[in-house]
Design a protein around this ligand. Structure first.
Ligand SMILES: [Zn+2]
Length: 184
């Protein structure tokens, strides 16, 4: 499924502005296999792109914003994350595209974005979204993590001193009373 495509013949000498909604279905299929999922309640995102021809190259300057859900690393619940990312790239439309891989500029999108006269940006966009999402997302500062089930939860007074004596020392005190009877 390619949603973010344009034909290079649409690009004249003037800068062209394009924009597409980033639909939940696209996020779902493109990011399948990752922890990222669309936040359907928040609605579609937006991918905006300026395309400018510079000789045999197209300069792409874009911005993408989308509402995602990431698992919280503490409680594992879905936590909303608004991704917002800038994208810059070059597409060579003719000439010695590709060549040796080390000649390809960082910003240069590989040959794979171009199919005939059509530029397909889905993979490029997906990569930027994935890289922009945090590895460790927390749903909120007040997240207490996973709730411990009642049957394995320590008692509420766990760790508190009982009658001034550390409960861990209570058996020793009992022993002391037996071995050393109070002489007073
Ligand atoms: Zn959480």
């Amino acid at each position: 499924m390619s949603e973010f495509t344009f034909n290079i013949n649409e690009i004249g000498d003037e800068c062209k502005e394009l924009s597409w909604p980033i639909q939940a279905a696209w996020v779902e299929s493109e990011l399948a296999g990752s922890d990222l999922r669309p936040d359907r309640a928040a609605g579609p995102g937006l991918f905006e792109l300026r395309v400018q021809r510079t000789g045999s190259e197209l300069l792409l300057q874009g911005h993408a914003a989308a509402h995602l859900l990431l698992p919280c690393v503490r409680c594992l619940e879905d936590a909303p994350f608004a991704v917002s990312v800038d994208l810059v790239g070059l597409v060579k439309t003719e000439g010695s595209v590709g060549g040796s891989p080390d000649e390809i500029d960082d910003a240069e999108l590989g040959r794979d974005v171009l199919e005939g006269d059509v530029v397909r940006l889905d993979g490029w966009l997906r990569e930027h979204i994935v890289l922009e999402c945090p590895m460790r997302h927390v749903c909120g500062d007040d997240c207490n993590g996973l709730e411990v089930p009642a049957h394995i939860r320590p008692p509420d007074d766990f760790g508190e001193e009982r009658e001034g004596v550390d409960p861990r020392l209570a058996p020793l005190l009992e022993l002391k009373d037996k071995v050393l009877p109070n002489k007073e």
